[in-house]
Design a protein around this ligand. Structure first.
Ligand code: HEC
Ligand code: HEC
Ligand code: HEC
Ligand code: HEC
Length: 498
């Protein structure tokens, strides 16, 4: 069988437009095994080498290799990851983050994502504080994670980052997400390959027999684009676990996640320096945010429909494996289902992102202000924890912080689920304001005077970070699209931006 005939078997339109109306034919996209089940396996079990897969699928291999290319500049406004070959510093984009993350690696070095080719390379190049969790760090970054875990889980988790990388065959120590991460070696059908995902799906009752094709398509991305905790036993990392317990497919909500983070002690990974609180962390909750009732999820759309549009190569149509933002590819992915011009579709995305950004930035500075109020309270009050007013404010603060964290970590700047973004950030602001009011009242009752605008001391948290002495990058800063933040927190922001 020639490559092109193998590919063209999968060629099916994702959607057709009839009289300007949307007519989805999504069942047709279901990833039929590329190979008949009765014939011999296409690749040996455990074939990690993409070059071997590339002998059968040269076009896909070429696209996959292209994830290392820099992205065109000027197409995305707010997700500039390797655009024009520049890497963007998330802590300079959102200066409230380094204040809130002070105390561990994320407050030192936190960059916008770039192509899949770089995932291990970027880990190696990050500040050493970012890989303190050791072998656990490979879970989402190396196609060998599953193999190492199956062979000797405790050995993998006890290893330092450097030791764990050495467990990977030499030639693949920089290999990022590759064919075997998303495809079955025997049939090339889609499949996940991580114990973390098996455990999480079991927790939400999505067993293999219940999984629809669309669910598998979402979960091949969701096996890494999901939040997780590096579970701690004392100072030791013992597992990587998705906080999905109590959720259901289509409703792994931010509330579910926070409930797990707040009630399961092994999830407390770090101490926030400004407040002194022991906290959990939320990383890229992309599949959770998207599946929490978004319009596109409800309509049966999966990640690859927007991030891997079908492109024609010779006489075949191939899902483009140079996975990237649809904006950086001039919105071709939307065309299959929407009649709007690329300019109109881009404007829709930016409009949604700008609303979400305004809310995120507003929530971010409110939460940061409360953190500084806690710093003041811890310094000036005799009793802190144990005082009911203090504890109540702390509980509101944690709820606000986690919501803001969640929205700051999901990767679409609100686009994947606009109403959910609005809801979560609205709640973050309400919780932050309750904490703020409670703390101010408590401080006033003890005779501590509190200025209206708390000095956030942003330069203190942004400059001189880590062993590389990272600094604020003015050009990376993302102003509030509504302009409100720069007015409301004018003293603190002037100090940074002047
Ligand atoms: C093995 C884990 C893994 C899998 C599977 C995975 N991703 Fe990623 N993805 C990552 C990591 C890690 C990064 C950031 C890499 C970096 O910055 O070094 C990333 C980055 C991206 C980016 C940014 C690319 C760019 O050029 O800036 C997009 C878009 C993306 N992923 C979408 C997807 C989609 C869609 C799927 C499923 C088809 C998927 N990912 C599957 C781990 C994964
Ligand atoms: C309806 C289309 C659509 C679907 C479905 C979709 N995305 Fe996105 N995604 C977008 C858009 C639009 C952006 C914003 C990109 C930008 O601003 O450049 C984005 C951004 C991202 C980014 C950041 C890209 C970058 O360049 O840094 C990642 C990662 C990502 N999505 C992963 C996913 C995952 C995982 C899923 C499935 C759970 C998914 N997306 C589903 C449209 C979609
Ligand atoms: C991050 C996940 C991911 C990685 C890595 C990945 N693929 Fe895919 N692949 C997909 C998805 C998603 C589809 C689309 C399936 C669908 O339409 O339902 C796909 C489709 C395919 C198809 C079917 C033809 C088509 O284009 O629809 C082939 C063949 C294929 N991939 C081969 C490969 C090879 C070879 C590699 C490694 C060089 C690779 N893939 C890496 C996710 C991935
Ligand atoms: C596989 C089909 C499909 C693809 C691909 C797709 N959409 Fe959609 N989209 C839908 C459906 C179905 C709806 C719901 C019906 C409607 O509102 O038109 C929708 C609704 C929307 C909405 C309004 C609802 C909301 O969530 O705000 C926006 C905006 C949107 N799409 C933008 C995009 C953009 C931008 C892209 C490309 C990056 C895209 N879509 C790709 C099918 C798709």
């Amino acid at each position: 069988m020639s490559t092109s005939s193998r590919l063209s078997k999968n060629v099916l339109a994702t959607a057709v437009l009839v009289g300007g109306m949307l007519m989805l034919a999504l069942s047709a996209v279901a990833c039929a095994p590329v190979k008949e089940a009765s014939t011999a396996p296409l690749f040996a079990a455990g074939e990690h080498d993409p070059a071997v897969w590339g002998e059968v699928y040269p076009e896909v291999y070429t696209q996959w290799l292209a994830t290392q290319e820099k992205r065109p500049a000027g197409k995305s406004e707010y997700k500039r990851g390797y655009d024009g070959g520049v890497m963007y510093d998330k802590l300079s984009e959102f200066p409230f983050m380094p204040l809130l993350f002070k105390g561990w690696g994320f407050g030192i070095d936190y960059k916008e994502p770039r192509g899949h080719y770089y995932m291990l390379i970027d880990q190696a190049e990050a500040d050493p504080s970012r890989v303190k969790a050791g072998g656990a760090c490979l879970t989402c970054k190396s196609p060998y994670a599953q193999d190492l875990q199956a062979k000797d889980k405790s050995g993998l988790f006890a290893a330092t980052y450097g030791e764990a990388v050495e467990m990977i065959p030499t030639e693949h120590r920089t290999l990022g997400a590759t064919c075997i991460d998303c495809h079955d070696t025997a049939t090339v059908g889609l499949a996940t390959r991580r114990w973390t995902v098996d455990a999480a799906l079991k927790e939400i009752g999505l067993t293999e027999d219940k999984m629809m094709k669309r669910d598998t398509r979402l979960m091949v991305c969701g096996q890494c684009h999901a939040t997780y905790s590096v579970m701690k036993d004392g100072g030791q990392s013992v597992d990587v676990d998705l906080p999905w317990e109590g959720g259901t497919w289509g409703a792994i909500t931010v509330e579910t996640i926070i409930e797990n983070l707040e009630t399961q002690k092994p999830r407390l990974e770090w101490t926030q320096e400004v407040t002194g609180f022991k906290l959990a962390f939320i990383r890229h909750p992309d599949v959770e945010f998207y599946t929490a009732g978004s319009t596109h999820f409800d309509a049966g759309v999966a990640c690859n429909d927007c991030h891997m549009p079908r492109v024609s190569i010779g006489d075949a149509w191939v899902a483009d494996h140079n996975i990237m933002s649809p904006l950086k590819r001039d919105m071709v992915a939307c065309k299959g289902c929407h009649t709007g011009s690329p300019e109109e579709m881009r404007a829709k995305v930016l409009g949604i992102q700008e609303e979400s950004l305004t809310n995120l930035i507003d929530a971010g500075y409110r939460v940061a202000t409360v953190a500084k109020l806690f710093e003041l309270a811890n310094r000036s009050l005799e009793t802190t924890s144990g005082d009911p007013a203090y504890d109540e404010a702390a509980a509101h603060y944690r709820q606000a912080f986690y919501r803001m964290l969640y929205m700051g970590a999901e990767n679409s700047v609100g686009f994947h689920n606009p109403p959910e973004a609005r809801r979560i950030l609205g709640d973050a602001k309400t919780e932050a304001d309750q904490a703020d009011a409670g703390l101010r009242k408590l401080l006033a009752s003890k005779g501590v005077s509190v200025p209206k605008e708390i000095a956030l001391e942003l330069p203190k948290y942004l400059s001189d970070r880590g062993v590389r002495k990272l600094d604020f990058v003015r050009g990376d800063y993302i102003p509030d699209p509504s302009g409100a933040a720069e007015k409301t927190w004018s003293n603190s922001l002037d100090l940074l931006l002047r």
